[in-house]
Design a binder for this molecule. Structure first.
Ligand SMILES: [Zn+2]
Ligand SMILES: [Zn+2]
Length: 164
């Protein structure tokens, strides 16, 4: 069995997160961050119906396709349409910490698409790392992707636009 440094780093990052699922993002609450800097970003959906993140410039949409692939799309300044992001890169680790799924991403039009689907489950933890350009800062997002349908809006819970 080959264990690379990258895998070890990813597992070290994932482990504390999995034990702290209910605690939220320590010192880095995205909803607070969003509402402080971008008035309505926290409650809007991206052009594909995914969740908009403002941690990169340009912002990006996180979307899970029907085949459970992860599609990352960098957005224009209104968060309404895809914008080309030359040199953007991403990688992710998701699922159970005993057998994490490591994903790489490749360009697909103006998006990045994962090389494999999310592991099974309706709530899947993920640590996503991405750069919006070759010389941009590396951004880490810790997610707990909730794939249940929202009872009050048309989105899945991970991209829910309701205030609940
Ligand atoms: Zn909801
Ligand atoms: Zn909703």
């Amino acid at each position: 069995m080959k264990i690379t440094n990258v895998t070890l780093t990813a597992m070290a990052l994932l482990t504390p997160f999995l034990f702290a699922e209910e605690k939220g993002h320590e010192g880095h609450d995205h909803d607070d961050h969003d509402s402080a800097t971008h008035d309505d970003v926290a409650t809007i959906a991206g052009p594909n119906g995914g969740k908009v993140f403002t941690s990169t410039e340009p912002h990006f949409e996180f979307f899970v396709t029907k085949k459970r692939m992860i599609r990352l799309t960098f957005l224009d300044k209104d968060n309404k349409a895809a914008t080309p992001a030359e040199g953007c890169t991403a990688s992710a680790v998701s699922g159970d910490r005993s057998s994490p799924t490591k994903m790489t991403f490749t360009k697909d039009g103006d998006s990045l698409i994962s090389d494999k689907p999310l592991p099974e489950g309706k709530k899947v933890p993920m640590i996503l790392q991405l750069k919006s350009a070759a010389d941009a800062d590396n951004v880490t997002e810790k997610l707990n992707i909730d794939l249940n349908s929202c009872s009050t809006c048309a989105h899945l819970e991970y991209a829910c636009t309701c205030e609940h």
